[in-house]
Each structure stands twice: as structure tokens, then as C-alpha cells.
Design a protein around this ligand. Structure first.
Ligand code: ZN
Length: 71
């Protein structure tokens, strides 16, 4: 996993501030049902050196609890 240094200041999917971003080049499982830290993760597909990756934008409960959730 590579943490990109060119990530935008807000989530490109929902436009809300995020807590952290991670980048993946392989499949993985996400389960937030019992996650105390994060309420939502947005997935943004990107190309890195011509190869497909997906960036995960992690939103805390506080960041999406004010209705600015784009849902
Ligand atoms: Zn988002």
C-alpha cells in the first residue's frame, strides 16, 4: 500500500474533508459495521504508472455527521 502525496484536500467523491487516504493495487475487504474510528470510506479509482489502483478516503463519524455526506 502506498499513501499518495498528491491526494486532494477534500474527498473527490463526496467533497467532504477526510481523515486519511490509502491507495491499493489489489482487492481487499472493507467492513465498517463495528468501526469506532470511521463512518465512511469513499473509493476513487486512479491510474498509477498506467496501472489501476483505488484510493480509499477515510471519513470519521464527526466528518460526516453534520449532513454533508453527499448521500
Ligand atoms: Zn468521501
Amino acid at each position: 500500500m502506498r499513501v499518495p502525496d498528491d491526494a486532494p484536500p477534500t474527498c473527490p467523491v463526496c467533497g467532504v474533508a477526510y481523515d486519511s487516504v490509502s491507495e491499493h493495487d489489489a482487492g481487499l475487504m472493507v467492513n465498517l459495521l463495528d468501526n469506532d474510528a470511521y463512518r465512511r470510506i469513499c473509493f476513487d479509482p486512479v491510474a498509477v504508472d498506467g496501472r489501476p489502483h483505488v484510493r480509499f478516503y477515510h471519513h470519521t463519524h464527526g466528518q460526516v455527521a453534520d449532513g454533508g455526506n453527499g448521500e
